[in-house]
Design a binder for this molecule. Structure first.
Ligand code: DX5
Ligand code: ZN
Length: 216
């Protein structure tokens, strides 16, 4: 199991001390929750903070754009060479073109779905994407509870992805209490905000999440 640490759950003003301390063997990706106050209720951060983060760590970036008009916003992130750039299926009619543009600019493509969005909505995009980011909370805030329909949707998504190289990432309400089940369902990457940053040491928390995911 890989861990993508959501810095939404840490203090932005402390990033210059927090980020250089993160170790790549505990934290696989830095998850950047970009929120525009339109698609989701809150405004978080955008390109300027992404640039700062890029300078503070060598851990690859996992950019999660919760924004309307992703065609306008996505290209702003190309210069930071994220490992993944993920946009929401609910925000665009032109997913193929946008996915092709992301790949042409050197990042892998993620597509995200809110809990109420059916997975059939991404079926036709499978040849163009590298990652499915399933939201297991309604996006907008860290620290929410994993939705009741989450595990069933994960199992269904795994079915859909069978025979492809597309990875499955889960975002929202992940912690020590459910990471083992997520791992057994075949989830490749877990986003963790509160579980990494809210109590104790982020590296130890990342390592413990990974270890717990392996327990039978
Ligand atoms: C929610 C964000 C998540 C969130 C995860 O809108 O996309 O990445 O920060 O936080 P936790 O792990 O606390 O649910
Ligand atoms: Zn996220």
């Amino acid at each position: 199991m890989k861990i993508s640490a959501s810095i939404l759950a840490t203090s932005i003003t402390n990033l210059s001390t927090t980020l250089p301390q993160l170790k790549h063997d505990s934290i696989d990706y830095i998850h950047m929750d970009v929120m525009d106050g339109n698609f989701v209720p809150q405004i978080s951060f955008g390109e300027a903070i992404t640039s700062e983060v890029k300078n503070l760590t060598n851990i690859p970036l996992d950019v999660h754009l919760m924004v309307i008009n992703p065609e306008r916003e996505v290209p702003k992130y190309y210069k930071y060479q994220p490992e993944y750039i993920t946009f929401h299926i609910e925000t665009t009619f032109f997913g193929v073109r946008l996915a092709e543009d992301i790949r042409a600019n050197g990042s892998k493509v993620g597509i995200s779905l809110n809990p109420s969005t059916p997975i059939s909505s991404i079926e036709n995009l499978l040849p163009y994407i590298d990652l499915v980011l399933l939201m297991t909370v309604d996006p907008g805030f860290y620290g929410q509870s994993f939705v009741k329909s989450g595990m069933k949707k994960i199992a269904k998504t795994k079915e859909l992805l069978k025979g492809t190289n597309i990875l499955l990432e889960v975002d929202g309400g992940v912690g020590l209490g459910n990471i083992q089940e997520l791992s057994s369902l075949g989830v490749d990457i877990c986003v963790a905000g509160s579980a990494v940053f809210k109590n104790g040491d982020p590296n130890q928390n990342g390592t413990l999440l990974k270890q717990t995911s392996k327990k039978a």
